[in-house]
Design a protein around this ligand. Structure first.
Ligand SMILES: [Zn+2]
Length: 109
């Protein structure tokens, strides 16, 4: 295996491990939310160690403040407020605001 191929392989493996750890966090949440928090922490650390960007749909499932694994309706509250999706962590109360665009909002008039 060439050096460059090995680098690609390592990054690919890291990305797969991150996804796997999120699956495990999802499975273990009902029994032990603390364990799913740990899985998510490990996924984040793998991403940082190998400089692999976390996909945005997974990134939205972690509280940036306390690191909790966020499940809609269980560990976080999701509301739509003035053009933003507001996700509030039920563990620490930290909220994340993600703007969304309505149809026609980008047109010039
Ligand atoms: Zn939190």
């Amino acid at each position: 295996m060439r050096r460059k191929d090995k680098k690609v392989w390592i990054k690919d493996m890291a990305a797969q491990r991150m996804v796997r750890l999120f699956d495990l966090a999802d499975e273990s949440f009902d029994e032990d939310p603390g364990l799913s928090k740990r899985y998510v922490f490990l996924a984040r650390r793998i991403g940082m160690r190998h400089r692999v960007r976390m996909p945005s749909h997974l990134k939205r499932r972690i509280c940036k403040c306390c690191g909790a694994y966020l499940i809609h309706g269980a560990s976080c509250r999701v509301r739509v407020r003035s053009g933003r999706v507001v996700t509030t962590c039920m563990e620490c109360g930290h909220s994340k605001r993600i703007p969304y665009h309505t149809a026609g909002s980008n047109t010039l008039d």
